[in-house]
Design a protein around this ligand. Sequence first.
Ligand code: SAH
Length: 343
Amino acid sequence: MDPKSLNEFIKAQGLPAYRAGQALKVICTGARSYEDIRVLPAELRKSLGVWRPMLSFTEDALKVSRYKEAFKARLRLADGELIESVLMRPKPGFWSVCVSSQVGCALKCAFCATGTMGFKRNLTAEEIADQVIYWVGRMRDFKITGSVTNIVFMGMGEPMLNFDAVKQSIDWLTHPGYFALGRRSITVSTVGIVAGMDRFTEEMPQINLALSLHAASENLRTQLVPVNKAFPLEELILALKRYFLKNSRKVFLEYVLLAGQNDTIKHADQLAGFVNATGHPRLMHVNLIVWNPTKATYVPTTRDQAYVFKKHLLDLGVHVTIRKNLGQDIDGACGQLVTKSGA
Ligand code: SAH
């Protein structure tokens, strides 16, 4: 629900503004229809229903992982396009929503399923924020305990290429009159679009930044992440330095582990070199993600090799963890989100 258009609608009905606030509060608790907003007069509930649906998409499919710690939804937008959105439980009681910011993605990282779709369009701020509201409703339907404690922009698309809508959705989701989530509980992940990172530094100081690095030598990174040609490692280091001039929040480096490609001791040394080159190694945290299979022909690094890689980084003083791969059995893990065109 776009709070601005709701305010305008309420105003146009000649009703007091607080009615919009009342509606938003209930919508954020996962209401399924306007009829659930009992605090509103019956007449208004009815006219809202005629006005427009509560969410900007409908559920097209829903998958639940074996241990019910990950859920993936395919959502049909008003123009027929499809996106995916994921709800994950990193630990009991804590739920993280992995939102998409675009339909498809233009960047074509070699190991990522979303890139194979190409780019269709940006999502609106409403379509982004509604993914969170939708999951709250689903949690309510399934009587899931706990609440949404985190939002990560790690679904389909490149958030820094849809900056304004991403920023607007975050403003709504953190607004005390709307979803009221703490800004520090939100992470935006980027492939390294430098102009976006610079705006992020200036305009979103309390939001966490994650940078998808995947390789710390220019040739290999360009092979894996073609946009590295436009924004090479040295540019990324400068962008991180500018970030740290303004901000002393921890930055996360995402590093997908591909057997034989980027997971040897030499690669770990290069990665440590990148971390040190930012000038703030204590503020960098490396998240290793063993590659989640897609149609690409890579092979995931073995558990043993992932530990060797991690241990080497630890020995070099780098903060590092291996991320749990939640949702692999429903193709809902990092980089597995893909939909065909809605046509
Ligand atoms: N475009 C943004 C947001 C996507 S976040 C970005 O690149 O950061 C999704 C994360 O999962 C990125 O770090 C991405 O590189 C990583 N990823 C993509 N495909 C993957 C796969 N198959 N297995 C594991 N991680 C993958």
